[in-house]
Design a protein around this ligand. Sequence first.
Ligand code: GLA
Length: 403
Amino acid sequence: MSQLLKRLLLLGLAMNLCAAPAIADTTQELITKAPNGLALTPPMGWNSWNKFACNVNEQVVRDTSDAMVASGMRDAGYQYVVIDDCWQGPRDADGFITADPQRFPSGIKSLAEFVHSRGLKFGIYSDAGRLTCGGRPGSQGHEYQDALTYARWGIDYLKYDWCSTGDRNAREAYAVMADALRQSGRPIVFSMCEWGTAKPWLWARNVGNMWRTTGDIWDSFDKNDQAHSWAHPVTNIVDLNEPLWPYAGPGHWNDADMLEVGNGGMTPTEYRAHFSLWAMMASPLIAGNDIAHMDEATRSILTNREVIAVDQDPLGVQGHRAWKQADSEIWVKPLSGGASAVLLFNRGEGPTSIRATEAQLGRSGAAHATVRDLWKHKDRGRWTGAISVTVEPHGVAMFRIGA
Ligand code: GLA
């Protein structure tokens, strides 16, 4: 290219830049930036909140990391160890965030090194407002400074909450932190925790890797938490999250909230249903129990690799409810290679027989397909055009039907 042509092009570019109306375009630019290329399957890990709330400390994080390795969870795919709220101390004189010196005396950087040394990744929590939900300092006004701090500490995942945000615009607030994380130079999964208030599934595809679609989970199958209207039992979350299936895909997932498996409020049957439904919905699988002290029943649910494979299927399509009659439901999730996962779900109080036919599943011509029971870990022979099972109350039966 001639020197003259180059100069003309540069001049044109400069004139365009000068003409740009600053504020609106800057926001728009942040919002439409390319995604970060992370979370091509739903993130898996552990988060401190459901079990420990504000009683988290560095020993809990170390014990959990060790237990994730010893229990086989890491090898089953759980990757991120995430400290939720209440790890923060005050900001220093320059505005940099510090760790709570009582709970995290060794500091976050050394804890991140510990977690990494166990072959795991490390996540942390902040909030788009002035204060977190637990009353610690939030990131509003400190977004770029905080993202830089996280990158320097070796953070791999940020959960970003929505308390104390006043009249902030969610779309803009999350775009600013997404940009700050990108500018930090470190790949950091961005987990948006805005509770679905501003419908992030409509606009956050290029902003976050996952977004909460509801208020907080409550450790119950179908009973509401009487004290908190924002807390939802499993069946409520399922009904709110299911219709959003078209909005999920590789790099951007509907987050049905952290798991309650093992926390004591549900039976093993209900926990199997909870875990299976999260896998069918391609939700992030973030365990929320005390991993270092869990029983075998809990461990075997969380490490069911056949169910995990449904969640983690690379096609990245969220499953949906294909049929419902009274308390019986049939769910389908398309899998890569033309296979599908099928869930028969009984919400009722007594056992019931559920029959799924080819028409209900939306598939045909698969007479040769293999049928695998993902909880019994048994092959059921070839597909015969329908599948019929008696499902226990609050329970599921889950199958993989081959191509
Ligand atoms: C909100 C979030 C929870 C948890 C708490 C922490 O309620 O939705 O998941 O992070 O804040 O205070």
